[in-house]
Structures are given as C-alpha cells and as structure tokens.
Write a protein that binds this ligand. Structure first.
Ligand code: AMP
Ligand code: MG
Length: 473
C-alpha cells in the first residue's frame, strides 16, 4: 500500500464539527480509474493506489476518517442538519505546490448523517462526476477533482437496481456555506470561531491580520464565488443544485449531481428534473450565488459589529455589492471570448446583443464562440457581425493573435450531455469503459482541435437535445 502523508487539521477541530466513522467494507472492489497526474501532484505514487483503498476496504496509515457536519438551504428551505451522509473524509495532504487538499471517499457507506440514505453511490453518477470535474479542471475552472473511481461489486437501489461505486474526491476543502450555517443556527459561537480561524488559515491566510477578519472573509468568498460563477456561464455550465450546502467556501465547483452543459443558448435553461421553478437556471446562477452569500453573511453577523443593527447594515452593503463584482468578472471573460483586449463602455451591450442573437437563433453556445475564434461567420449572427468588426477595428491586436487568444478561452469540446449519457450506458449496461476513457482523453485538451474527435464537438441531433438530469445520485 502506497504511503500518503496525511496531516488532518479538520479532524483536530472541536468534536462538534465532525464525527469519526469508518467506511463500510464492500464485497468485490474493482478499480475503474486512477488519476495518475493528480496522485503525483498530491505526492502519492499512483502505482500503489488499489481497489481496496478506492472503496475504503483498506485505510491508508494516517487516515482519520470523519463525516463533516453541515446544514443548508435546499431550494430555499433551511435544513438545520445535513452533513456527510455518504462521504467520508480520510484526511488532508499538502500537495507539491504547498496547497492543503482533502481526500474524501464518496459512496463509502452510511454515517451518522445518512438519515434514510444508504450511504452509497451508483456507478453512473460516479463516472459522471469523474469526467465532468476533470473536464472542468481542463477548462481552467476551479473544481473538486477525481483521484479514483471503483466499483463495489454490490448493488444500490434507486428507481432501479444499479451497480455501486465509490469516487475518491479531492478538494481544497469540503467546507461549505452550510458548514457555517450549522453552527450559526445552534448559536455555537465557539465552533463557528474555530471554523472561521481554520478557513482563514487554510484558504485566505492573507486575511489573518485584517482589522475585521470576518468581514474580510465575506469579501474574499464573494470574490471567489463571483469569479467562479462567471467562469461557469462562460462555458455554458449549469450546476443544477446550488444549495448553500453545495456552495464551497474556497470557490471551487462542488457536487456534480444534476449538472449539465447548455447547448442551444437560452438563459432560462434548466436540466434538473426537480428544479421545477427554474431556481437554478443558467442565468439565475449569479443571483443565487448572491443569495447564498447573504446566508453566509448572516452567520457572520455576531462578528461584524457588537451592535446587531450595525452588523446587518454592514453585511447588507457588502452583499448589495455582489452584482458589480460579478459583472466585472463577466465582462472580463466575455470580452476575451469575443477577442477584445481593450475596454470600451459599449462592450457589455455588444456582448448582450450577441447573446440575444444566439438566443433568437437557438445557436449552440460552444460552437458559436468556437466559430468566431476560427474566422467563421455564423449565419445566425449576420446582423451582429458588422458591429463586432467595427469594434475589433478599435482593438490593438492582429487577427492571428486575436484568434489564438479566443481559441484559448472558447473550447471546442465540452462534456456534451448525450455523450455523457452514452458513456454511462456503455459502462453500466455492458461494463465497457472504452467510451469513458476516450471521452476523458478528448476533454483533457478542450481548447485544441483533435483529429478524429469530431463527434465530441458536435451538438446533439434534433430530439436528443431535450435533456433531463436527476438528483437521485
Ligand atoms: P446532495 O444532494 O448530494 O448535495 O446531498 C444532500 C444531502 O443528502 C447530503 O447531506 C448528503 O450527504 C445526503 N445524501 C445524498 N445521497 C445520500 C445517500 N445515498 N445516502 C446518505 N446520504 C445521502
Ligand atoms: Mg451536496
């Protein structure tokens, strides 16, 4: 068994914050995939990672398995206790760049937070999270990572009987807005203070000397979330379940349940079958991030000012500043997507006019931006293109430089929903992991055209386009 140099700081925090719990052994583990480059980044020899470790049958020396406590607003409704119901944190390692990373098993058996759940994960969602999270990483978007995937040899019971699997997830941390809420609702200030100290030391060490650390923390998380959601919308990513318990304090994308990528541009796009009111629709993601940050701010009120009225005033002012922060990131990203390095007042309107034209034409989001990056003139944009060319004439770049810049931010390949489904079907129904491997390989260099990978760049055929995702993962 390979050596992992654990240093488990979260497990050393007060006992109110976690519960010790070992993974439940499974019958017949088999490795599907080990992420070699990620293992090396973590200082782990990938050759020593086994199926037994990937499902939790064997615990590496130094692991202190725990389930973390957290609460959360689910679709707007507050649930005071959620917690890791099927995830077990093995511990933390400091990676080769000095960054602390969590190593967690998702689907490794029940915990005291499981409620009526079985603590397990099905193969399909595990492959989906592996592929999509690694694709997000390759796109340059902050995300949790996938270190290993393995089947358990056991069945899980959802709407149907499915093969069980475990994902080894790596994250800057698994601390969520909901983690703060868990202690705030219990008025457990001591734990909240320990959490704040841990988060600042771990994710925002530059804030340690701030005059008002908690306010500085709120600002920093707002900045990280604004940057993240802007990156999502720039690749058409729809998270699907932006509950406060799925909103990471470090600013990584976390929890790939019902997520999917938009094809035809429509700001109202929703994929999740349970999101009947479109709360987490494509264009609602920034307002929802702001709403989640307001929930974080509420947990920090006692630390912002001794006077509650003043604390509320300070927090409200900050949260109201979110749209401006978000717009700054949004503009920066979309300017690059249309090839601008200079800034003009009218850029926002120019970008919005492009999106409006795309919506009218139901143009594929990814293909349209890629076409603009390779000198194509999409027919649907005939009326918009002259305004763009006028603007480009005032931008100090040669055409070749501009196209290279644009190709570096407008991917040719995203995890297209119909192909993700095809990949899952092959694995679940036929035990064929070929499509998983091939799709993963293509998505590792999303900004470079690859010979023979044409089908991964194409939009779903008519009729394949209506896509539904499910939360029962
Ligand atoms: P999610 O929808 O994955 O963000 O999960 C919401 C909550 O339900 C979290 O507390 C999870 O740990 C818990 N949960 C989800 N699936 C299961 C399961 N199969 N067994 C136990 N708990 C689960
Ligand atoms: Mg979750």
């Amino acid at each position: 068994m390979t050596e992992i140099l654990f240093d488990n700081t979260y497990a050393r925090l007060p006992g109110t914050m976690h519960v010790g719990v070992a993974p439940t052994a499974v019958r017949a583990p088999r490795l599907i995939k080990v992420n070699g480059p990620l293992a090396l980044e973590l200082g782990i020899d990938p050759a020593g990672l086994t199926a037994e470790m990937a499902v939790g049958n064997a615990l590496p020396a130094g692991a202190t398995p725990i389930a973390q406590a957290y609460a959360g607003h689910q679709f707007g409704n507050f649930v005071p206790q959620l917690g890791d119901g099927r995830a077990i944190l093995l511990g933390e390692v400091v990676d080769r760049t000095g960054k602390r990373r969590d190593i967690q098993l998702k689907g490794a058996g029940p915990t005291p937070f499981s409620r009526r759940g079985d603590g397990r994960a099905a193969l399909g969602p595990v492959l989906r999270e592996y592929l999509v999270s690694e694709a997000m990483q390759a796109l340059g978007i902050p995300t949790t990572r996938a270190l290993m995937a393995a089947t358990t040899g056991e069945r899980v019971y959802r709407e149907e009987v499915l093969p069980g699997a475990v994902l080894t997830r790596v994250a800057a941390s698994h601390i969520r807005v909901g983690t703060f809420q868990f202690f705030a609702v219990r008025k457990d200030h001591a734990s909240l203070q320990a959490l704040i100290g841990h988060v600042i030391a771990r994710h925002y060490p530059e804030l340690a000397t701030s005059e008002n650390k908690e306010l500085a923390l709120l600002d920093a998380v707002m900045e990280a979330q604004a940057a993240l959601v802007a990156r999502w919308v720039q690749v058409g990513f729809i998270h699907g379940v932006m509950n406060t318990d799925n909103s990471s304090i470090s600013g990584e994308t976390i929890d790939y349940g019902p997520c999917a990528f938009m094809e035809a541009y429509d700001p109202g796009t929703v994929f999740s079958s349970i999101d009947t009111h479109g709360r987490y629709a494509y264009a609602n993601q920034a307002p929802i991030a702001q709403w989640n940050l307001a929930r974080l701010a509420e947990t920090l009120l006692p630390f912002l000012d001794e006077n509650r009225e003043d604390a509320i005033r300070i927090a409200t002012e900050r949260i109201e500043g979110f749209p401006a922060i978000y717009t700054r990131y949004w503009l920066k990203g979309f300017r690059a997507k249309i090839g601008l390095v200079s800034e003009e007042e009218g850029d926002l309107d120019l970008i919005q006019a492009l999106l409006d034209a795309m919506q009218m034409a139901r143009a594929d989001f990814t293909l349209t931006f890629r076409a603009l990056s390779t000198g194509g003139n999409p027919e649907a944009l005939a009326e918009w293109l002259p305004a763009w060319r006028d603007r480009l004439a005032r931008d100090p770049q040669r055409a070749e430089e501009r196209q290279a810049l644009m190709r570096a931010v407008n991917p040719a390949y995203i995890p297209r929903n119909h192909l993700v489904e095809e990949m899952i079907q092959a694995a679940v129904e036929r035990g064929d992991y070929g499509p998983f491997e091939e799709m993963l390989r293509v998505l590792m260099t999303p900004y470079e055209e690859q010979a023979g990978a044409e089908r991964y760049a194409e939009a779903a055929a008519e009729g394949q386009g209506v896509y539904r995702t499910y939360c029962g993962t």
